[in-house]
Design a protein around this ligand. Structure first.
Ligand code: F6P
Length: 410
């Protein structure tokens, strides 16, 4: 006799919002598999919150094969904010409520960063909608209340699915850049996404970047002067006369003409959550380095590379682990929460035992902690290396070490 499952007759819907990451499909697959095993009908809401506006745009995922290894999000994404914002003053939350009712959605799982989950939190707090937030961002700047155990103490840190895949991509990309850079004995300024946080920029060190600039430490006029001297010396001392400088896209850089700190934008237009789009700081820094030091420098924007491609193994297991915690929340009907890692652990220890659930009221942005970066060395600290080693393993740098005998004409 066929047994009724616990949640038979109930519907769980999943949506993904904000910038994509290589780990979203993996998160969707992991949540879908578990929810359907519990008996839920599983829906996918397309294009984030946009799929619950107007007539709605919802698909059935219950019995569809889902490829979680493939990056991006098959449910599509948008930066739609259903609540009033500077860009769009209209409050569209009633449309969301109406569609939740029309599609008979009992539980909503929102895969996103601070913005998407911030809207989910409001729906839960204002209207009691049963939501479960699921963290996601390559920027790793969403407060997850995770602990980093280091030298006998525990420190607050962050771990968001998507960051491990993005960090791995930046590690690999930086490692490759050495070959071209060494051939021309240049300084390469590699720009890395991450908005107002330097977490992702740090992963370039695992590919052999020797210097890094982050948004959390302003590059004032004094610091810039010191930086140019520092860079010149570092370059002259490097055995191959080659230097890779990783810079976060959101670095605050002193503009001598305007006499103020500036950020470089690809577009000043704001999205519905009030964010502009960064892009281009690497070119500015490279050209100033060339002028000040006389050393040839180039800018390289890594752009969407860390957001593209396959989900990393670490992320794959991380998303499954957090989805296990989603099951726990569903069984307890414990909503308005987000599953997170309690501790930073290496791949082999990613398991539900190390997870917990935080109130969605306690999320928000979390920049890189001060002691993860050493401003005098323009480099990340040992502590950050320890944090990243859990996720990325050992640093790797492509190298061809040679010592050619010099030929003297006879
Ligand atoms: O938040 C993720 C992120 O990739 C940021 O690092 C970056 O600044 C932004 O999204 C880019 O957004 P878009 O996809 O709209 O260009």
């Amino acid at each position: 006799m066929k047994q009724e499952k616990l949640f038979s007759g109930k519907t769980l819907a999943i949506l993904s919002g904000g910038g994509d990451t290589p780990a979203i499909n993996s998160s969707i697959e992991a949540v879908r598999n578990r929810a359907s095993m519990l008996g839920f009908k599983v829906y996918g809401v397309q294009r984030g919150w946009k799929g619950l506006l107007g007539d709605g745009d919802v698909v059935d995922l219950t019995n569809i094969a889902y490829n979680g290894i493939y990056g991006g999000t098959a449910l599509l994404s948008s930066r739609t904010n259903p609540f009033p914002s500077k860009k769009n003053k209209e409050d569209r939350s009633q449309q969301i409520l109406r569609n939740i009712e029309r599609y008979k959605i009992d539980v909503l799982v929102t895969i996103g960063g601070d913005d998407t989950n911030g809207a989910a939190k409001k729906l839960y707090e204002l209207y009691g909608i049963p939501v479960i937030g699921f963290p996601k961002t390559i920027d790793n700047d969403l407060r997850t209340h995770t602990l980093h155990h280091y030298q006998g103490n525990a420190y607050e840190t962050v771990l968001c699915p998507g960051f491990p895949s993005g960090a791995l991509a930046i590690k690999k990309l930086t490692s490759k850049l050495h070959t071209t850079n060494e051939s021309h004995q240049r300084i390469m300024v590699l720009e890395v996404m991450g908005r107002d946080a330097g977490w992702l920029t740090g992963s370039a060190l695992f590919g052999g970047a020797q210097v890094a600039l982050i948004p959390e430490v302003e590059m004032t006029q004094e610091r810039k002067d010191f930086f140019f001297e520092f860079v010149k010396e570092k370059y002259m001392r490097s055995p191959k006369r080659s230097l890779i400088i990783a810079v976060a896209e959101g670095v605050r850089w002193w503009d001598s003409e305007k006499q103020k700190l500036e950020m470089v934008y690809a577009s000043p237009d704001l999205d519905e959550y009030g964010h502009p789009r960064f892009g281009g700081i690497s070119g500015v820094i490279a050209s100033e380095i060339s002028k000040k030091t006389g050393i040839e420098a180039r800018g390289q924007i890594s752009g969407y590379i860390p957001r593209s491609g396959k989900c990393s193994e670490y992320d794959r297991r991380l998303t499954s682990t957090l989805a296990d915690k989603v099951v726990d929340l569903l069984l307890r009907e414990d909503y308005g929460k987000m599953p997170v890692m309690k501790d930073i652990v290496p791949y082999s220890e990613l398991e539900e035992y190390h997870t917990t659930a935080i109130e969605m009221g306690n999320i928000g942005n979390f920049p890189l902690p001060q002691d993860y970066y050493n401003p005098n060395e323009f480099y990340f600290s040992e502590k950050y290396f320890d944090f990243l080693t859990n996720i990325l393993g050992a640093p790797y740098r492509m190298e061809f070490n040679h010592e050619f005998p010099i030929v003297i004409p006879q």
